[in-house]
Design a protein around this ligand. Structure first.
Ligand SMILES: Cc1cc2nc3c(=O)[nH]c(=O)nc-3n(C[C@H](O)[C@H](O)[C@H](O)COP(=O)(O)O)c2cc1C
Length: 374
């Protein structure tokens, strides 16, 4: 298949896979698509380890790395020798603890608690120096052909450095305004992510956003948000997209890092079971709705903190919920396509089905207009 995106990056299929899981990234690139590793939350050492593994398991195929480079964040939250208790307000901490107490979720054992808190302080990497360090790790891996900014336009100097190494730069955008800002900064492609997507998401639906951005921009636009099947991929390309960028659909695959409990929750859920909630990161994230998301959305609940403090606040409760395997409190991040995810498949099978359905959809469209008037 040939689009502006496949030509730019040298791959065979215009299917991009965002995943925090290296196995998914490698499988998609091996199958002719383009895997993109979500590197947020990784230390430079861990990122190096994961990229080395991907290099060894993709047979020389290209892949990408996505990092959180937010336009706005609370600066200097993390300083040397600081403790979590010093930066998290009591009101929100007490609220979170009470939610778990009411559900009889045990506290972490003391030795685990100390280690977890230390890790939380190290994992929130939005400071420019940390991002720069992660990017330098990325640049040491020649199969990386694309870096993507998860939130907002990347800084110009990052774009120039990537370009000097022959690496393309992309950015997610949920509106024309944000896309134009990234375009102005010099990115090579835009991931147009609609409201229905899993993860941080805006308010404009894919159906409206994709064609608007594809028409307005002179660089390839990838369609994200709500794509899990080939007929949706056909619709995206028909609307001018140069490829599809999927995140949620890989969570239900055999290769995915999602736990058995999370998979069970997702396979049971329907499209109407997701909600945007700020409780996980301080920004709206689409995830499975339950009593936790409802509690934080209650008008009497304390206001969620900004990023990254809300992320730091909710990390420990989330680990407690995972350790207790308390399914009723788990809020896996996933988009509305969750309703189509009903059983575990391999990454390869998901791609095969997408391609079969894509061809069927194109054939169907070709029967709509009689050939004599084409
Ligand atoms: C579990 C999960 C985590 C995500 N984390 C990130 C992230 O760290 N950076 C990013 O750019 N996008 C992230 N996203 C959004 C994806 O890149 C992608 O745009 C989105 O999943 C597309 O919509 P879909 O979920 O309907 O496939 C995440 C999505 C999911 C489902």
């Amino acid at each position: 298949m040939r689009t502006k995106a496949t030509e730019m990056l040298g791959m065979e299929l215009p299917i991009f896979a965002f995943s925090h899981c290296r196995d998914v990234v490698a499988e998609v690139s091996k199958a002719g698509g383009f895997g993109v590793l979500g590197g947020t939350g990784f230390s430079p050492e861990l990122l190096e380890q994961e990229l080395r593994w991907i290099d060894e398991h993709t047979g020389g195929k290209p892949y990408g790395v996505d990092l959180l480079m937010p336009a706005t964040y609370e600066k200097n939250v993390i300083r040397k020798d600081i403790k979590l208790e010093d930066i998290l307000p009591k009101e929100q901490v007490d609220f979170a603890n009470k939610l778990l107490e009411q559900a009889n979720i045990p506290e972490l054992p003391d030795d685990v608690k100390g280690e977890v808190r230390q890790r939380i302080l190290g994992m929130v990497q939005m400071e420019p120096e940390v991002i720069a360090e992660l990017l330098e790790v990325t640049y040491r891996h020649p199969q990386v052909k694309l870096i993507v900014s998860a939130l907002g336009a990347p800084a110009k100097h990052h774009i120039e450095r990537a370009h000097s190494l022959g690496i393309k730069v992309g950015a997610l955008a949920g509106s024309l305004k944000h896309a134009l800002k990234s375009r102005e900064a010099g990115v090579d492609m835009i991931v147009a992510q609609g409201y229905e997507a899993g993860g941080h998401t805006g308010q404009i639906t894919s159906m409206v956003l994709w064609p608007e951005l594809a028409e307005a921009l002179d660089i390839p636009v990838l369609a994200a948000g709500g794509v899990g099947r080939g007929n949706q991929m056909a619709a995206a390309l028909a609307m001018g997209a140069a490829g599809v960028w999927c995140g949620s659909i890989w969570l239900g695959t055999r290769e995915s890092e999602a736990t058995p409990e999370e998979k069970e929750i997702m396979f049971r859920a329907s499209a109407s079971d997701t909600v945007q909630s700020k409780h996980m990161s301080g920004k709206p994230v689409r995830m499975i709705r339950n009593s936790i998301t409802d509690a934080w959305a209650d008008p009497d609940a304390p206001k969620t903190l900004g990023a990254p403090r809300q992320m730091m606040l909710w990390r420990e409760p989330n680990i407690r919920i995972e350790r207790a395997k308390a399914k009723e409190l788990m809020t896996p991040i996933v988009g509305q396509v969750v309703g189509m995810m009903t059983k575990e498949k391999t990454v390869k099978r998901v791609i095969e089905e997408m391609l079969e359905e894509f061809i069927e959809a194109v054939d169907r469209l070709n029967t709509v207009v009689p050939s004599e008037i084409k």
